[in-house]
Design a protein around this ligand. Sequence first.
Ligand code: NDP
Length: 338
Amino acid sequence: MPINRRFTLVRRPDGMPVANDFRLVAEPTPALEEGQFLLRNHYASLDPAIRGWMDDAPSYLPPIRLGDPVRATTVGVVAESRSDAFPVGSWASGLNAIEDYSLGAAGGFTSPVDPDAVSSVTHYLSAVGAIGLTAYFALLEVGRPAAGETVLVSGAAGAVGSLVGQIAKLRGCRTVGIAGGPEKCARLIRNYGYDAAIDYRGKSPDALDAAIRAAAPGGVDIQFENVGGAILDAGLLSLNPKGRVVLCGLISQYNSDPIPLSNIWRLIVQGARMEGFILTQFIPRFGEAIPELAAWVKDGTLRVDEHVDTGIDNALPAFLRLFEGSNEGKMILKIAED
Ligand code: NDP
């Protein structure tokens, strides 16, 4: 039986996660029952949402139980199988955990994937997976962009934000991205085609408001929110009549108490709409988007940046990059060699 190293949650984090909240345990893999298979995880997707699953709070998925490995989407190769649908040597991806091996079963959360349909299997964790699907459906279905409109994106250099900016450009929009630091702002324009970039770091709410007004002199039609807090609040001041605020994420609030919003009244006076987005509501429509996203990635229409750290021992520092802003693209943990 192979040994399974599992990055387990042993204590619920109070604020930013720390090493003592986790333990790396090694266990033998279980014997397979009929219909089951063992997936050798090669890559795990490190997502801000994982922080929410560590809390003992109701959400769209149950909390990770103490003692369980930290839940994450993985992509890997079937190592052992008693399922015809998952032959040994085939690739599969699904909601598993940060561990060497995940137990799967036909009809579960793991699906076969075709490594030849993408230039890198990691794309199943980024542009052709949940990240690309989030950018696609949240922008197109909740934001509903029209050509000529201005789209303001926070967390714009990140996995979701970099794709939102590019898809908005494909729809003929003007794009303004907000990110941390001059290097990321340069990347917004160079790599993702943003028309303007704003460095939020060190800016007071008034300075942020002024920077958004300068970058979007005609106002903002769609505010695509990945960050929340002071950035969301400042953006509301530039919202145009019938503007749409797509609440995709609030990463600035995941490790602390939320700050109150002062400018929510703008929704009233502008007749604007703020709508939450959760990707799981679009599961029945994934089949519409995946071929289009895959084609855009393959023909270079979409630029996909991935930040791959290696080793299950590095799971925590790699995860924390999301909150420090030191990830340069979709944050992925490599667990095994391809
Ligand atoms: P990213 O690749 O964007 O990484 C996170 C980035 O957030 C960091 O690089 C950092 O960029 C920024 N950030 C972190 N902390 C702060 C802070 N306190 N203030 C401002 N910026 C901060 O991650 P993802 O693309 O995976 O996720 C982006 C957002 O989308 C998250 O809020 C996530 O929860 C959400 N999401 C929602 C989904 C849904 O179904 N609703 C699905 C997938 C993602 P910088 O250096 O610019 O500060």
